[in-house]
Design a protein around this ligand. Structure first.
Ligand SMILES: Cc1cc2nc3c(=O)[nH]c(=O)nc-3n(C[C@H](O)[C@H](O)[C@H](O)COP(=O)(O)O)c2cc1C
Length: 260
């Protein structure tokens, strides 16, 4: 069983690649949260995986929320791992996960860090498509290692992306995320075609449609940027100042489409 969260496809790609190597099935956290059913029977599972992006050197709020609610029945010390995708550095995001799991009596057996394409356009600009392909090619080595180790249920710290002083960096940076995440910077322009995809994919129900256009009706969101990156009309912006920063969805994986 592999639980994953993903806004722009990197973590979806990693979860599906690991699943293909292990025959484990994947569960998307947005669907879990919409269903409000957090209990899973893992008695038949040999591995329990979590695949998530790194946000502010920690976990996306939607992942922490899920972990707080999670109830695993039939857990009997199976192999549990986390694979963190990131732009470059995960900090101690795995430590955060380890603590949340420990509070449920679950032990984290292994961690992996996988540097992919950084989608955080408030701070970065996307490279051209060739460079993106090169970055994704470079990630394959990390993904292959995770596939091999997870398949063999190897334990330990395989994360080469923690960076310097990960505990300190996470403690300092993550508080900005934990107390921030305002939806105020999101702006929608007249280019909006009213398709409603942003509302459908938002993992925390922060977007409603008014007169066919998105309105951020919650003061905070996960800040995953899925709405902005996936808008087919490029009508969603971050403070209007992101025109030249590009949009991203991992080209190696089928985009998530809601069933309803
Ligand atoms: C709010 C936010 C914060 C981020 N913080 C970090 C970070 O601390 N370190 C890092 O290397 N990448 C960071 N990133 C980049 C993502 O971790 C990276 O692009 C990830 O692979 C995206 O996963 P996804 O495509 O599955 O959504 C951040 C992205 C977002 C949206």
């Amino acid at each position: 069983m592999i639980f994953y969260f993903s806004a722009t496809g990197n973590s979806k790609y990693v979860a599906e690649r690991i699943a293909a190597a292990t025959d484990d099935h994947v569960i998307f956290l947005r669907d879990v949260i919409r269903s409000r059913c957090y209990q899973f029977d893992v008695s038949q599972e040999r591995r329990i995986g979590f695949v998530t992006p790194t946000y502010y050197f920690g976990l996306p709020s939607v992942v922490s929320f899920f972990l707080e609610k999670l109830r695993l029945t039939g857990y009997r010390d199976q192999y549990v791992y986390v694979a963190l995708t990131c732009g470059k550095t995960t900090g101690d995001a795995a430590g955060q996960m380890g603590k949340l799991l420990k509070s449920k009596g679950i032990t984290l057996s292994a961690q992996f860090g996988i540097p992919m394409v950084d989608n955080y356009i408030p701070l970065t600009k996307l490279a051209d498509p060739q460079e993106i392909e090169r970055e994704l090619d470079a990630a394959e080595e990390y993904i292959d290692e995770a596939r091999r180790v997870v398949r063999a249920r190897g334990t330990g710290d395989y994360n080469r992306c923690q960076g310097a002083a990960p505990g300190v960096v996470t403690a300092l940076a993550y508080s900005a995320y934990a107390h921030g995440r305002s939806t105020k910077p999101f702006v929608v322009t007249d280019a909006c075609i009213g398709c409603g995809l942003c509302q459908e994919i938002c993992p925390c129900g922060a977007i409603t449609l008014a007169d066919g256009k998105p309105v951020w009706s919650k003061p905070q969101c996960v800040r995953c940027l899925g709405c902005l990156h996936r808008c087919p009309a490029k009508a969603i912006h971050w403070k209007r100042a992101d025109e030249d920063k590009g949009r991203y969805y991992n080209p190696r994986v089928e985009p998530y489409r809601p069933l309803t």
